[in-house]
Design a protein around this ligand. Sequence first.
Ligand code: GLN
Length: 491
Amino acid sequence: MSDLTRLTAAEIAGLVAAGETSATEVTQAHLDRIAAVDDRVHAFLHVDTEGALDAARAVDARRAAGEPLGPLAGVPVAVKDVLATKGVPTTVGSKILEGWRPPYDATIVQRLRAAGTVMLGKTNMDEFAMGSSTEYSAYGPTRNPWDLERIPGGSGGGSAAALAAYEAPLAIGSDTGGSIRQPGAVTGTVGAKPTYGGTSRYGLVAFSSSLDTPGPCARTVLDAALLHEVMGGHDPRDSTSIPAPVPDVVAAARLGATGDLTGVRLGIVTEFSGEGAEPGVLAAFRESVDALTKMGAEIVEISCPHFSYALPAYYLIAPSEASSNLARFDGVRFGLRVGDDGERSLEEVMSLTREAGFGPEVKRRIMLGTYALSSGYYDAYYGQAQKVRTLITRDFTSAFEQVDALISPTTPFTAFPLGSRTADPYQMYLADLFTIPTNLYGGPGISVPCGLSDGLPVGLQVMAPTLADDRMYRVAAALESALGTFTPPAL
Ligand code: GLN
């Protein structure tokens, strides 16, 4: 077998099932690739070599015994370090959880194991998933395989870079404001944020619980759909999990791949298709719209007037929830503890631990959130932001009375140079200008590669109504069938 790391997940699963390669060979090829390139890319915070090889051997044994294999059996997957993995370090990109080995698996990790996928390790991320570049990881940034001096997006830059660098064919991300879709866009990979509640949050380290949505990352739309199907579905251990079957995303991806969009109505979000995005991004987007039209889609312009308020509303709601969620990191229950010398009070130890354990962006969010929730300001900030959230939901509802799905560029700009947006937090926040409305509404969104601008990948975002995740896969797969996939320069 030439290079197993260049195959799609669907191809790997087919070869393993047919006995043309083994899960062990596939896993070893990816571990070798990680060893060859990850000192330059730094997609991984932890590589679980032994765990991966054990899991691969178990799949091979099951196959040898004639037991049925799942659709992704033997396929390696990289998991964002935001999901709890039993006995395997889980840091959320933060010093405050350094050394923590969870005593349990997140539901999604359990499902991945049950499906016979092989977890390679944990991927780098902005601390607590707060950021758009992985530069806020306490363990150093990940680099974009398209250009090692540029960011791979964030917060799930490690997962996206692992795919683009052929270190893994599949990865898991989590999307609170764009952390799956934006890294997908800037690395030329596919990232899908499922309907909120369509994928379990049990064992996901919480950032903003009303927004956090785990989802699939891959190099092709079909692979993302296959992973979505395995990881998604109702989980009684997550109180906001939706008791409904996973939409048939795999069938939709296959249908889309036929390249026929006859009868599909798509709305271009007026507010996101004019100024606000780089010219090269808009040019790639416009060309993709032409491709969608050629495949039979009907395209209309739809105004979503409140989308412009999504970013400020998000930066009140998400930090508010974070300030509450992160209170549990007190130096007593998990990870780091600082100053516990028997002399200091509990409060002093907590405060020293949080001072040492949290990075500057996390502290900024905690302060923003605490302020927005404080009694004198609650109505003016948090309450107001919740009203904006309702108005954005209404924009989506009325748009979906007219069209099947909405489209826009995924991000306003392509991968920027490392260090170029860290001085001004607002410049970093702008990376999610186009992805945040979907999170506030709770619907699904996907980013699919749609071209290059100055040699860097551009993503197109498809947004669909809640629980209509299949629609976005159909459109994304159609676009992929027209444009092909995009391969970075060799590392
Ligand atoms: N970049 C956004 C933020 O910093 C989104 C993060 C995410 O989706 N986890 O909050």
